[in-house]
Design a protein. Structure first.
Length: 112
């Protein structure tokens, strides 16, 4: 490989790295929602897999149903985090121009 080709490849890889970095920073603005109990409990996570909102239907709140409420919140949180993971992976792959998916075994980015 010539020096010019190697230099071009390195510049291209640097641009991809910058796009991935920008995409990772933008993940905070993505929103993924999970819900349980027919929408009685809704949880929203961002692309960094941080819970940013929890909504509980007032009809669900009953001191005798605390255990059920805990289960519903758990299901909604896990669903929101799963959706956030999918969004984050898609966003980073889009920023990388599909290069990550073409690597053997794919590239696993911690936290994504």
């Amino acid at each position: 490989m010539s020096r010019q080709s190697m230099g071009d490849l390195l510049k291209h890889m640097q641009k991809i790295q910058e796009r991935i970095s920008d995409a990772q920073e933008s993940l905070v603005h993505l929103r993924a929602e999970g819900s349980a109990g027919g929408g009685m409990v809704t949880v929203v996570a961002n692309g960094r897999q941080e819970i940013v909102e929890v909504h509980i239907d007032k009809e669900v709140v009953n001191p005798d149903d605390v255990e059920m409420m805990e289960d519903l919140i758990l299901v909604a949180v896990n669903q929101a985090l799963s959706h956030a993971q999918e969004l984050a992976t898609a966003e980073v792959n889009k920023a990388a121009g599909g290069v990550l998916g073409n690597l053997p075994g794919g590239l696993k980015i911690p936290g994504l």
